[in-house]
Structures are given as structure tokens and as C-alpha cells.
Design a binder for this molecule. Structure first.
Ligand code: NAI
Length: 327
């Protein structure tokens, strides 16, 4: 099959080329959007990532070009208008699970870094400043960790935090089986009120958009640590900045940002950042941001390439029941 691979990076080539000997893959650095739609002409499949645009108008364009399937090489699918794809008869598949551990472990990395100020200590040592003022952390043992969304990643994260001796709370309308052995299931308000650390692991949907806003922030303990490795739209960034300025939000760790598509995955080191909200976020000493890299392990990239190629093989054979379809 002929595939146009949008938003590609050298590491994508490495993992897909190792495993692919049967399909023609044309790698493109461009994001898929209304502006780049013409690049999808004459192919069976477009392979897309988290910041490609797959709204109704792009999907209509893909339909006109004869595209049969959108193969997402990620788990989240909030960037796809699933109803429009269904109406147009374009299949949409994804990689539902590649490494929950990759994301869970990165989440723990953000917590440890923020708590013990490792990012600040790293810079101090490079400047021959061996003082400890401002670097004091807290023991994780005995602290209450609230997890919003206990699916595959949330559960893997809970397993690690249990190992630290934390008391874990979960808010999830449908947690994975076994979560009840790792955490107490509570309603969202209880979680917000009782947690010392809150970590977001639910998908971005109409219901969860700006789940963390002025009202929910007001319910949290003063000094709380908030971590988001899920999707940027879960957080109202302006409200979070207000809480950081007021000192009520003690720490913020982000791997995702609502407007990340103009920033993340690119080297912008010689450019002036136009996003003033993001620029403000980077000024706080108690904020650590990584650029959507929680998934980025060798094991995860191998699984992403394997599952995506299996999805494409199954479409070619007409075995739709073997494809991880979004329905
Ligand atoms: P999953 O589908 O296994 O689990 C999601 C859980 O969230 C489910 O148990 C569901 O019941 C729960 N949920 C849904 N609505 C909720 C709500 N309103 N409140 C609380 N819980 C709710 O998904 P998985 O694999 O654990 O991934 C979670 C999210 O992580 C993805 O949707 C994606 O956005 C993000 N992700 C981020 C990556 C990164 O590199 N930063 C990589 C992979 C995923």
C-alpha cells in the first residue's frame, strides 16, 4: 500500500524502515492540515501523529483524494473528528497500547525532579554554586497521590507510586480491573481536596476539556503538585498561571500543552516564541516542562511501528477485525 507519513522525524524512519518491507512509505516532515492536504493525493493511507489536524474539512479532503484509512501512530485520538470519518467511510486506527510504562515512568520523573529541584540543582552545580537554599523537598512516602483516569497508564503509574509508599486515590468512571487494589476510588472533589500530588491520565474529550480550571484549582490543597502527561487541553493554562502566581499551586509538571502544535517536536532555539502564555510558564522555578516526550522510549517506538504496520497489513488483507479501529 502507498502511505504518506506526516509529521515524520528521523527516529520514525529508523523504526518503521527496520520493520517494513512491503509498503511504500513516503516520509513528510509537514503536519497534516488544510494547508498541506494536497500532499495526500494518490495514497491509500495517511499515517499521522498527535499534532496533525484531522477535522471534518481535512477528512473531506482526504476522502476526495481517495484515502481509505488514517493510521494514527499514537494512542490518543482527540485530534480526529471521528463522526466525520465514519460518515465519509474513512477508517481510523491507532496504537491503543504501546508502553504505558514509558508514560508512567516519565510522570514519576517529573514528580521527582520538581520535588527535589533537580533541574535547579543541575544548573547550580554548573555554576559552582553548591548551596542548598530553595532546594528542600518532601518525602513521598505517606503522601496522598490523586490519579484522574486509571486506565493503562494511570494503573502503571499507581503501581510505581504504591512502591514509594504513597496513599493513592483514583477518580475514574470506569477504572481498569485491579485498580481497586492499588488505590481508593473517590469522587473528583474528594481527590482534588485530599491529594498532595495530582496526576492526569484521562483522555481529552468534551467532558474533560479544561477539567483543571479556576474552580477545580480552588478546591486543591495549598502547595499541591499538579502533573499533566496526558493532553494539554485538560488544563486551563491561564488559570494555572494565576494559581502559580498566587502561590497556591506549589509545583507544575507538564509534558503536554494545549497549544503545543506550534512548538513541540521542533528546534525553535533561534526564534522568538510568540506564545506569551507558554513563555510565562517557562519563567517559574517550580514549573518543569518536557516537549511531549513521555512516550519516547525505544520499546514504545518499536511497538508503535509494529502495531501501525499490522493495522495496515490487515486493511490490505481486508481483515478489519484485526485492526485497532476507532469506532
Ligand atoms: P486508557 O483509555 O487506557 O485510560 C483512560 C482512562 O481515563 C479510562 O480508564 C477512562 O475510564 C478514564 N476517564 C475517561 N474520562 C474520565 C474522566 N472524566 N475522569 C476520570 N477518568 C476518566 O488510556 P491510556 O492508555 O491510559 O492513556 C491515557 C491518556 O494518556 C491518553 O488519552 C493520551 O491522551 C495520553 N498519552 C500521552 C502520551 C505522552 O507521550 N505524553 C503518550 C500516550 C498517551
Amino acid at each position: 500500500m502507498k502511505i504518506k507519513f506526516f509529521s515524520s522525524k528521523p527516529y520514525d524512519h529508523e523504526f518503521f524502515d527496520q520493520l517494513n518491507d512491503r509498503h511504500t512509505i513516503i516520509y513528510l516532515e509537514a503536519h497534516l492540515s488544510e494547508k498541506t492536504l494536497a500532499l495526500a493525493e494518490g495514497v491509500d493511507i495517511v499515517c499521522c501523529f498527535v499534532n496533525d489536524t484531522l477535522n471534518r474539512s481535512v477528512l473531506q479532503g482526504l476522502y476526495k483524494h481517495g484515502v481509505k484509512m488514517v493510521a494514527l501512530r499514537c494512542a490518543g485520538f482527540n485530534n480526529v473528528d471521528v463522526d466525520a470519518a465514519k460518515e465519509l467511510g474513512i477508517k481510523v486506527c491507532r496504537v491503543p497500547e504501546y508502553s504505558p510504562h514509558a508514560v508512567a515512568e516519565h510522570t514519576v520523573g517529573l514528580i521527582l525532579d520538581l520535588n527535589r529541584n533537580i533541574h535547579r540543582a543541575y544548573n547550580r552545580i554548573r555554576e559552582n554554586d553548591y548551596s542548598l537554599h530553595g532546594l528542600m523537598g518532601f518525602d513521598l512516602t505517606g503522601k496522598t497521590v490523586g490519579v484522574i483516569g486509571a486506565g493503562k497508564i494511570g494503573k502503571a503509574f499507581l503501581e510505581i507510586m504504591n512502591g514509594f509508599g504513597c496513599n493513592c486515590l483514583v477518580s475514574d468512571p470506569k477504572p481498569l480491573p485491579g485498580v481497586e487494589n492499588l488505590a481508593k476510588l473517590v469522587d473528583l472533589d474528594t481527590l482534588l481536596e485530599e491529594s498532595d500530588i495530582i496526576s492526569l491520565h484521562c483522555p481529552l474529550t468534551n467532558d474533560t476539556y479544561h477539567l483543571i480550571n479556576q474552580q477545580s484549582l480552588a478546591k486543591m490543597k495549598p502547595g499541591v503538585m499538579l502533573i499533566n502527561t496526558s493532553r494539554g487541553g485538560l488544563i486551563d493554562t491561564k488559570a494555572v498561571i494565576d494559581s502559580l502566581k498566587a502561590g497556591t499551586l506549589g509545583y507544575l509538571g507538564l509534558d503536554v500543552y494545549e497549544e503545543e502544535s506550534d512548538l513541540f517536536f521542533e528546534d525553535l532555539s533561534d526564534q522568538v516564541i510568540q506564545d506569551d502564555i507558554f513563555a510565562r510558564l517557562t519563567t517559574f522555578p517550580n514549573v518543569v516542562i518536557t516537549g511531549h516526550q513521555a512516550f519516547f522510549t525505544r520499546e514504545a517506538l518499536h511497538k508503535i511501528a509494529t502495531t501501525t504496520l499490522n493495522n495496515i497489513d490487515a486493511l490490505e488483507r481486508g481483515n478489519l477485525d484485526e485492526i485497532a479501529l476507532i469506532e
